[in-house]
Design a protein around this ligand. Sequence first.
Ligand code: ADP
Ligand code: ADP
Ligand code: MG
Length: 665
Amino acid sequence: MFKKILIANRGEIAVRVIKTCKRMGVKTVVVYSDADAASMAVEMADEAVHIGPPAASESYLVMDKIVDAVKQTGAEAVHPGFGFLSENPEFAKRLDKEGITFIGPNPHAIEAMGDKISSKNLAAEAGVSTVPGHMGLIEDTKEAVKVSNDIGYPVMIKASAGGGGKGIRVAYNDKEVEEGFPAVKAEAKSSFGDDRIFIEKFIESPRHVEIQVMGDKHGNCVYLFERECSIQRRNQKVIEEAPSPLLDEATRKKMGEQAVALAKAVDYDSAGTVEFVASGVDKSFYFLEMNTRLQVEHPVTEMITGVDLVEQMLRVAYGEKLAIEQGDLKINGWAVESRVYAEDPYRKFLPSIGRLKRFHPPEEGALNGGTVRMDSGVREGDEISMFYDPMIAKLVTHGKDRDEALDVQAAALDRFHIEGIQDNIPFVAAVMDEERFRSGDITTKYIPEQFPDGFKGTEPTDYQTLILTAAAAYVHGVFARRAEKISGRMSEPGAQRKDWVVILGDQHYDIELELGEGEATITIDKTAHTLVSNWRPGSHLFEGHLDGEPFAVKFADKTEGYVFRHRGVSVTALVCTPTTATLHARLPEKPKPDMSKLVISPMPGLVVSMDVEVGMAVEEGEAVCIVEAMKMQNIIRAEATGTVKSVNVGAGDSVAADEVMVEFE
Ligand code: ADP
Ligand code: ADP
Ligand code: MG
């Protein structure tokens, strides 16, 4: 086996690769930019080499710097992770030329699969079902309309070089093709420097189902079953699971065998993923593209097969024969992964950056009958910068069946506490509880269909109200007792007092609290409940058993009350005496400031363009400017019609979150 390898990546995937190397006794080198100098990956690796400023184009994407780092440290091979240089055939060729092993497929396979048109043609030749459509390039709008009519609406207009959800558009009629074709062409040109376009049928009720393959340099290739990744926002995966609730045994076998046939057609010799779009209506499936690298969501496959894909990648890259045969592989239980993004689910999933004031992930290992795995590249105190992907962690859970895997995921999310930045945990936790998701009736349009007006958080159910009220009372009781001990005054309105009012959001609950040691009796609505908990001040996780049922809620002590988070619910709880509660109810509501006259930056970032000037009349919904952060350009629109009074920033300026960029009269 290799003695030392270099990881040309950062964050969670660098850490993930290091973990396997440590287990295998392989030394690791990571490269890092200025922004990652104190990162977890740097701390964990045996050696680290600085490769430049934060911008990826000046560090992680510069082949010369990676090659220099390899030579300097004497590493024998490079694992590229995903993103960055992982699917760049020039990089694989360059390493080959320098006598360094690339821990990935051969450059020809990368090249053949890197282009959607050529890979689709290859797939068709290998007997793989492809989306009905036009296999050639389309030159102009007139031809696009003709081809679309031949295929039959709806159609999908795609950039051959597309990726990451860019350069894709659905059209339902001639007019939409006339608009969409030039738009996709322009986007493809600016994003990929390649404006070749093709058109294919749009599959209705589409589900994203992909097959994990693993090949070696001796002509062997197996499939490690499927993953379903239909829960996406902006064509980016958020929740993935394995196996797929859609597939039956026969479809799974057919899909797996087609994926292997395609892999063999290009002498595929590493871990790779063949993506299909499957119809939720009749389970028909069609090849989309092949990703010639390790995939973000690979852990769900590892959890159900017991195979460490990174280990296999290292072994086959070293030249070993694949030790796994198709017949050895079995699906064991169910696994689900939530991508934890530094983003604000309440504000259209816009990126959020800043310092992780608190980062308490759930513990790995057994939980409620299942298993928890945490893949993360950050620690408490780390800075989440605007330079890289907003994904900071992956929470993976395993259970004996789908329901158990999802229950354990929800329970683990309830134990995942982050402060300092916004995170999407309330959102994914809310999805875990949705009936439609639970039933497995999902499509790639699930998020826009279920949350047409965006995510607003969920209202607590009666049971959730009960646990939140009980937890608030318990916490308050413990604080009151402590305050009494500290002040030594027996008159402190705390330990002796029994009647309290818990104000949860704007609801008042009269309760009676009898606090013992590690347990309390809480009477709500004349029913006495027993709450057992070993919660102590300072802990951000409140775990307990209410009437014997286990639960967990996240907790933060704020000056205005206690903030509790549980599943999709986020609520402030005040606990006060009945007299104070009466006064509180009489308080006039704070008037909300009128923000419609201001255009505010939703996140810290860089102003790419400012499209308005003083005196200009702007309609509601019109684009005002573009702010970029974490590789994403966000169009900021006017919330009301008006005339521009002042413009405070221009292209090239950095802005802070909530900074006023433009004011209207
Ligand atoms: P795809 O979206 O192409 O189907 P994945 O969901 O596996 O495939 O995502 C791969 C994406 O991960 C890359 O396109 C890139 O945007 C992103 N990425 C790149 N580098 C990193 C990284 N170090 N950490 C997290 N995400 C990354
Ligand atoms: P990318 O390279 O950006 O990952 P893909 O070709 O994999 O692009 O497509 C991205 C997503 O768009 C897929 O996950 C799938 O949900 C959807 N999609 C792509 N092609 C079709 C199609 N023909 N019909 C329906 N949905 C599609
Ligand atoms: Mg894709």
